[in-house]
Design a protein around this ligand. Structure first.
Ligand code: ITT
Length: 198
């Protein structure tokens, strides 16, 4: 079967690796770097849905090609949904994952309710039409970091039904619970149903 080539409007290699693993054979994913597009797309909006749309529509306009993006946030119940849409910049505009985790754990000191969820919104631009797919993974924020796998907030998040953090899991183990996998599966069904030819 011919591979469908999809441009993924992201600069995050971890996301691309996780989505490639779920998509499997039949689809080839090109990140912005793979496609030779060296830009950092702004995420100015107040919701994951709007930011995901921003990323896919900017790249659609730039390339003229159908493409997809995703925006993901960690939503902590006791923090009224924060870091949420600001997950990448929680500790400041230039913050790295370590600094974001430090701020999150500091903000949650003394909190008994550590319920949280990752939410991923995929935005697919095909022609003039946008389609969105969402995946949620519920779980708990730990008291301290555990594990060095994954990326972002993975070392401080235990998904429901697991006894270790995403940071202690292999990529395949994370996929058994993952928000990103759930959103990607819906996206795959859509692509297969629509028999998209790329
Ligand atoms: P893009 O180029 O796709 O925008 P990004 O890293 O800026 O890549 P987001 O805007 O979606 O991605 O930012 C979400 C932040 O949440 C990001 O800093 C990650 O560290 C974190 N994050 C996203 N998915 C995650 C996951 O599966 N596990 C842990 N942390 C995650």
């Amino acid at each position: 079967m011919k591979n469908s080539v999809l441009v993924f409007a992201t600069n995050n290699k971890h996301k691309a690796d996780e989505i490639r693993q779920v998509l499997g054979e039949g689809f080839e994913i090109k990140t912005l770097r793979d496609a030779g597009i060296l830009i950092d797309i702004p995420e100015p909006h107040a919701t994951l849905k709007e930011n995901a749309r921003e990323k896919s529509s900017v790249i659609k306009k730039l390339t003229g090609k159908d493409c997809f993006s995703e925006d993901t946030g960690l939503e902590v119940f006791a923090l009224n949904g924060a870091p949420g849409v600001k997950s990448a910049r929680y500790a400041g505009d230039e913050a790295n994952a370590e600094q974001n985790i430090k701020k999150l754990l500091a903000d949650m000191v003394g909190m008994d309710n550590r319920t949280a969820q990752f939410r991923t919104v995929i935005s697919f631009m095909r022609g003039e039409q946008e389609y969105q797919f969402e995946g949620i993974c519920k779980g708990q924020v730990t008291l301290a970091e555990k594990g060095v796998g994954g990326f972002g907030y993975d070392p401080v998040f235990i998904p429901e039904g697991a006894d270790k953090t995403f940071g202690e899991m292999t990529m395949a183990e994370k996929a058994m619970f993952s928000h990103r996998k759930k959103a990607t599966e819906q996206f795959i069904s859509f692509l297969k149903n629509e028999a998209w030819q790329g």
